[in-house]
Design a protein around this ligand. Sequence first.
Ligand code: 9YT
Length: 130
Amino acid sequence: MIVRTISELIGTPREVVSSNGNWVSRRLLLRDDGMGFSFHETIIYAGTETLIWYKNHLEAVYCVDGEGEVESLIDGEHYPIKPGTMYALNKHDKHVLRAFQDDLRLVCVFNPPLTGDETHDEDGSYPLKS
Ligand code: 9YT
């Protein structure tokens, strides 16, 4: 069994800060843990907007705190996000993620799993690691 806490990840390589400073990701499970997915807590900082396009990954996101929205750049829809909301990028949907007045605290699952220190490239995607 694997048991970890967020507090023990802080300041380690499993805590990854985006290059634009919009978010921090604490990666509780990564590829080497052998679960077939990675599992993260992500804080999206209040007042930020982030372009994301996971061409190589599927991601499901569950909100546990804060309020914001995800705007689909495929159909232009704006979906509100609040605690209890889940969205799944089942079509590698290109989107903009916004946090409103408070930080958004999200729990995220990636398939295939991230391997460690991935951060967004200029398209908002992560490379596929071999
Ligand atoms: C919701 C989202 O994709 N935020 C960006 C960070 C990502 N969740 C990660 O690497 O944990």
